[in-house]
Ligand binder design. Structure first.
Ligand SMILES: NC(=O)C1=CN([C@@H]2O[C@H](COP(=O)(O)OP(=O)(O)OC[C@H]3O[C@@H](n4cnc5c(N)ncnc54)[C@H](OP(=O)(O)O)[C@@H]3O)[C@@H](O)[C@H]2O)C=CC1
Ligand SMILES: CC(=O)[C@@H](O)[C@H](O)COP(=O)(O)O
Ligand SMILES: [Mn+2]
Length: 392
């Protein structure tokens, strides 16, 4: 059995480190050969020392120089260090790479993901923002190059598994489960004073900051609706959301005959990562779910008044690609502003809604056009958020 050579985009993050943990558990199956980190120099140094990849990228030239110096001083040789977008693209397209785990947060991960698909690499996709911003282009390129695009996002991974129970034409609709985040039952009059520390306490998952805040506003589920439309070629009306606080069922597929298939497992991202990396095989693992401990599965319908971001995402999905790009871009800016204490929690949906209202319908036909639209939406979002900051 040959060892799959893995590139990890976002190796220092939550998904990246879980991917390396899978490589550690299955050394005869997966070998990381190229890594892209952002700014976390200490973790990048440690990963280089442990894994001795061929190529590593850091976000900036300065950080790359610092990494190279640290590796030299510690006697670690044979690792090329690159930087920036060109660096992440080089990591993703290294000729010997068989499989790319795309787990940079935000649109920063888009170009490397797209170039990996163009280079014919199979992809494990965690970076949902790439699909939200440029899903049609990525999917078309994946079809052209016959690459497997395997979702790592837990809901889409669950749907991918449940889709093996029928044909695409037999699917009536799909159900994405949502935890409801930390504010599922918080009185609405307290929303105005929600702090970053409160919003960063996810009830069921440990994840990076941006996705954790997105779970608190439920914009994460909104992005996932668009992600599902792109991955499974479904209209927004066939992508439903149900709140399931236990995060035990990761999503469901409803078939035309009335059967609903669900995927259940532990709340541990190593499992969807392993599924994607091993596909179409299933590798025995210790990530078992204790069925005997399962006593209750709850569901409730989401409330758009509590979670306006969910409504905004459905509206963007219906409005088309330019609005999906704007939805994500505005959220990236608003979440950063909230975490820096510059806008309130409710400023996140307010920023997104204002930016969407100012966005004209459009269908960017290239990655460069997507990046231009993303840049313009960010500018708008900064102006809107800045206006709010002045009155905050
Ligand atoms: N965590 C989870 O359980 C899940 C995550 N996802 C998705 O996976 C992606 C990653 O999420 P998560 O791991 O939680 O996020 P983290 O914030 O934990 O990690 C983000 C990673 O991206 C890197 N990064 C950020 N900016 C750049 C850049 N400009 N160039 C290169 N690398 C960069 C960071 O580097 P550094 O830290 O070195 O700065 C880090 O390695 C997101 O798209 C998220 O929505 C989807 C489902 C579940
Ligand atoms: C693990 C994962 O896939 C996350 O996207 C998670 O689902 C977030 O939780 P929410 O359901 O609260 O958005
Ligand atoms: Mn998810």
């Amino acid at each position: 059995m040959s060892v799959k050579k893995i590139a990890i985009l976002g190796s220092t993050g939550s998904i990246g480190t879980s991917t390396l943990s899978i490589c550690e558990s299955f050394p005869d199956r997966f070998q990381p050969v190229s890594l892209a980190a952002g700014r976390n120099l200490d973790v990048a140094v440690a990963q280089c020392k442990q894994w001795r990849p061929r190529l590593v990228s850091m976000a900036t030239e300065e950080l790359a120089d610092q990494l190279a110096a640290r590796l030299r001083s510690e006697g670690v040789t044979g690792i090329d260090v690159v930087h920036g977008t060109a660096g992440t693209v080089a990591v993703a397209t290294l000729p010997e790479v068989d499989f790319v785990v795309s787990a940079i947060v935000g649109v920063s991960g888009l170009e490397a993901t797209y170039e990996a698909v163009k280079a014919g690499k199979d992809i494990g996709l965690a970076n949902k923002e790439a699909l939200v911003a440029a899903g049609e282009l990525i999917i078309a390129e994946a079809r052209r190059n016959k690459v497997a695009l395997l979702p790592i996002d837990s809901e889409h991974n669950a749907i991918h598994q449940c889709m093996r129970g029928g044909t695409a034409a037999e699917v009536k609709q799909i159900w994405l489960t949502a935890s409801g985040g930390p504010f599922r039952s918080t009185p609405l009059d307290l929303f105005a004073s929600i702090t970053p520390a409160q919003a960063l306490k996810h009830p069921t998952w440990v994840m990076g900051q941006r996705i954790t805040i997105d779970s608190a506003t439920m914009l994460n589920k909104g992005l996932e609706i668009i992600e599902a439309c792109r991955l499974f070629d479904l209209p927004p009306a066939k992508v439903q959301v149900t709140i399931h606080p236990q995060s035990t069922i990761h999503s469901l597929v409803e078939y035309v005959d009335g059967s609903i298939l669900a995927q259940l497992s532990v709340t541990d991202m190593r499992l969807p990562i392993l599924y994607a990396m091993a596909y179409p095989e299933r590798i025995p693992s210790e990530l078992t779910f204790d069925m005997k401990s399962l006593s209750q599965l709850d569901f409730q319908q989401p409330d758009f008044a509590r979670f306006p971001c969910l409504r905004l995402a459905y509206e963007a999905a219906e409005a088309g690609p330019a609005h999906c790009i704007a939805l994500n871009a505005a959220d990236e800016i608003a979440v950063a502003a909230f975490l820096e204490g510059r806008i309130p929690f409710l400023g996140i949906p307010r920023t997104i809604e204002s930016v969407l209202q100012l966005t004209k319908p459009g269908h960017p036909a290239s990655i460069q056009a997507v990046l231009t639209a993303d840049h313009e939406a960010r500018q708008l979002a900064r102006e809107v958020a800045l206006g709010q900051a002045a009155t905050h």
